[in-house]
Ligand binder design. Sequence first.
Ligand code: EPZ
Length: 425
Amino acid sequence: MNDFSNESNEKIFITGGTQLQGNVRISGAKNAALPLMTLSLILNKGFTLSNMPDLADTRLMSNLLAELGINNSWKFGKVNFHGAPKINEASYELVRQMRASILVLGPLLASKGSARVPLPGGCAIGTRPIDLHVLVMEALGANVYYDSGFIIASVGSEGLKGGLIDFPKVSVGATESAIMTSVLAKGKTTIINAAHEPEIVDLAKCLISAGADINGVGTSTIIINGVNELNPVDHEIVPDRIEAGSFAIASGMTKGNIEITHIRPKDLEFFLKVLNYTGSEIKIDTNSINITSSKRPEPYDIVTQTHPGFPTDLQAQYMALMSIASGSAFIKETIFENRFMHVPELLRMGANISIKNQIASIIGVKELKGSKVMASDLRASMSLILAALAALGTSEIDGIHHLDRGYEKIEDKLSNLGAIIRRSK
Ligand code: EPZ
């Protein structure tokens, strides 16, 4: 995502080589918080979200909703939403900065009967079309067209009608759009080939507590019977499994011993198995995991997949681990066509990686070297942080506005574990 307005010339400096030790508390999930926040457009009788991560992205969504007429006040990780949307047009200035803004389209249409949303901006990790979101609106009876860079959707006086949504491809965002747009539609909606990430289950859980009639979420077929109204609801956002996975890899990078708390280990089941194959010892408790990594990681091939497979949002971080493994490994990226932007930067640090047809071949090196590097997107930035934690000497990481989009208080959390890290201009 090219968020020109948020670029800052801040950098992060890390001197590597410290074994990370101690506890880290995981924040609420960015990828659950963003769709949940858009529910404020249809939950107008009182809506509170707790365990809200304070991130550039959630603050941006908060501004976008405020511009639409939804007052939202933040206090100690809780956000209270008040009011109903006053206008049906989302701001270009805000939407172009964050792709997830497309998620306001469905709830705005359901609430106002029409919606005008700018096309999201470009993205470093892929073309990322929104055709499946449009498919959802049309399947529920809306008329959709594009004009001057906007998607415009509207329904007649009879409103949205339940229908069949048969996705040709699994999409997290489009599944979320389908759920949010059909809960107040007249009649039954059937969603085929739905995604079932934990963040989608969290969204449905919140709507069900507000009185929605949703069945089969967490599977590939979801049935929704529209209701006439939704009730007030307080919802606690699910923990961030991607942040947790990133810290688990930090232990592997530094021969560390980290207790990761306030998580749901089940959401990371496949990933934790892989991390165990690379040689990290993993102790799982109800809401925490302990990762002990006493030796150089071992190589293990992965293919990114939709949930419950290996998450694409941990691919870049896992590549940092494989770059210091005691042998060679392959990583195949199947979700996004351009998600290897971290490779040239890892090469600057002395990694040995080549790419061909969505497959990265990594030959592990004994040591990475601290270097000046540039982050290109959110998860690439975390991959460089992880590499710098293991590298000899000091690294200077630029482009960290990407990091602030998805990691809350990252320097504090890492320095509490013993990392030598600082942020400055
Ligand atoms: C969500 O993006 C996450 N973002 C992404 O996390 C994550 O990488 C992705 O799901 C996959 O898990 C949020 O939840 C805010 P998709 P989303 O629709 O919904 C194609 C991070 O690092 N597609 O499942 O945009 C698309 O191009 C971010 O936190 C269409 O072709 O992902 C991609 O190749 C990055 N048409 C594939 O489907 C559409 O209309 C999966 O995308 C929509 C998607």
